[in-house]
Design a protein around this ligand. Structure first.
Ligand code: COA
Length: 333
């Protein structure tokens, strides 16, 4: 069911960058809009605040700033980039892709650009795809971005979802040439048997926008939180174990885990089941909430900037999202 791959010559992360909008929406301010409390949100999720984009900021704006920072950190010329993948479930519009909009704004050449939709697993799916395209030898340098304006699909009257999500973007420059953390292995999978566990019902071809769909709030994210919670723990544990096994590594070899930043209780349950101590898990969800496809690159960038990784250390990046999808990547620093 899962596709596991290991490159002969590993792709490396030449540079990484992230961006979050300035506006901070704290739990207390949120409690004045919807029937919730700082105490409930913190104790059930670990989230204290999230960033919210301005009305005139779109996903491509967030992605643009993250991409600029990744390019700067990689110390490359934009002319070297020959592939752009944007992971998002909140594109600027249905088409053209957010990646095409970015190509023009970043001043890139007429290179291949597309969006990839794997919800919260999108960034790690995109790394898997970028590595495969680089391994073909037909592409040399990929800009891989996870960017979301989750606030644009939130039902601000639904306390079971609106407290959980935030906006942001993270980007990485990936290449087979150069020096940087090595991407050692990938695993991506999906189970499409229960798509309504986490979905946005209207706005696509099955339910195009009508007055009825708008009146019924069908353009907002809907979620069965309890089922998603259980699946997230189970699936991220399994993906981590399978990826390590496929690469002849053990749980004891793992120095760090960068998990999808959805809920600290999901991370704690996963840590317990994997028997990996919590101090090996990097979390920044307290300040960002769940930023979907931006979650992993945002956390990775922050961890790198904090100097978390020592040379030769091994990190597992692992995510889970709507679909249901999951993806995991092994990084050697
Ligand atoms: N503030 C106050 N009360 C809230 C609330 C909020 N924001 N959201 C829900 N509640 C209430 C519920 O209405 C329920 O009340 P009731 O017992 O009177 O019916 C009670 O809190 C418990 O709700 P429950 O759904 O059992 O809470 P929970 O402990 O399962 O936590 C989530 C809810 C959503 C935080 C949790 O299920 C979760 O994190 N799920 C995964 C979400 C996720 O990660 N999604 C993205 C995956 S990529």
């Amino acid at each position: 069911m899962n596709q596991v791959s290991t490159s002969n010559t590993s792709s490396v992360i030449l540079g990484i960058g992230s961006y979050v909008p300035k506006k901070i929406l704290g739990n207390t301010e949120l409690s004045s809009r919807v029937d919730t409390s700082d105490e409930w949100i913190q104790s059930r999720t670990g989230i204290t605040e999230r960033r919210i984009a301005d009305n005139d900021q779109s996903t491509s704006d967030l992605a643009f700033h993250a991409a600029r920072r990744a390019i700067e950190s990689a110390q490359i010329q934009v002319s070297e980039i020959d592939l752009v993948i944007v992971a998002t479930i909140t594109p600027d519009m249905a088409f053209p892709s957010t990646a095409c909009l970015l190509q023009h704004r970043l001043g890139l050449g007429k290179v291949a650009c597309f969006d990839l939709e794997a919800a919260c697993s999108g960034f790690l799916y995109s790394l898997d795809v970028a590595d495969a395209m680089l391994s073909s030898g037909r592409y040399k340098c990929a800009l891989v971005i996870g960017a979301e304006k989750m606030s644009s699909i939130m039902d601000w009257e639904d306390r079971t979802t609106c407290v959980l999500f935030g906006d942001g973007a993270g980007a990485a420059i990936i290449s087979k040439r150069g020096y940087g953390p090595k991407l050692l292995g990938f695993l991506s999978g999906a189970d499409g048997s229960n798509p309504t566990l986490l979905h946005q019902p209207a706005g696509g071809s099955s339910q195009p926008a009508t007055e009825y769909t708008i009146a019924n709030r069908q353009h907002f994210l809907k979620m069965n939180g309890k089922e998603i919670f259980k699946s997230a723990v189970r699936v991220m544990e399994k993906a981590t174990r399978e990826l390590l096994t496929e690469n002849d590594l053990d749980i004891e070899d793992v120095d760090h885990v960068i998990p999808h930043q959805a809920n600290v209780r999901i991370v704690e349950s996963m840590a317990q089941r994997l028997e990996i101590p919590m101090n090996k898990f990097f979390c920044n969800l307290d300040r960002h909430g769940n930023t979907s496809a931006a979650s992993i690159p945002l956390a990775l960038d922050e961890a790198v900037k904090k100097g978390l990784f020592k040379e030769d250390e091994l990190a597992v990046l692992v995510a889970f999202g709507a679909g249901l999808t999951w993806s995991a990547t092994l990084v050697r620093f």
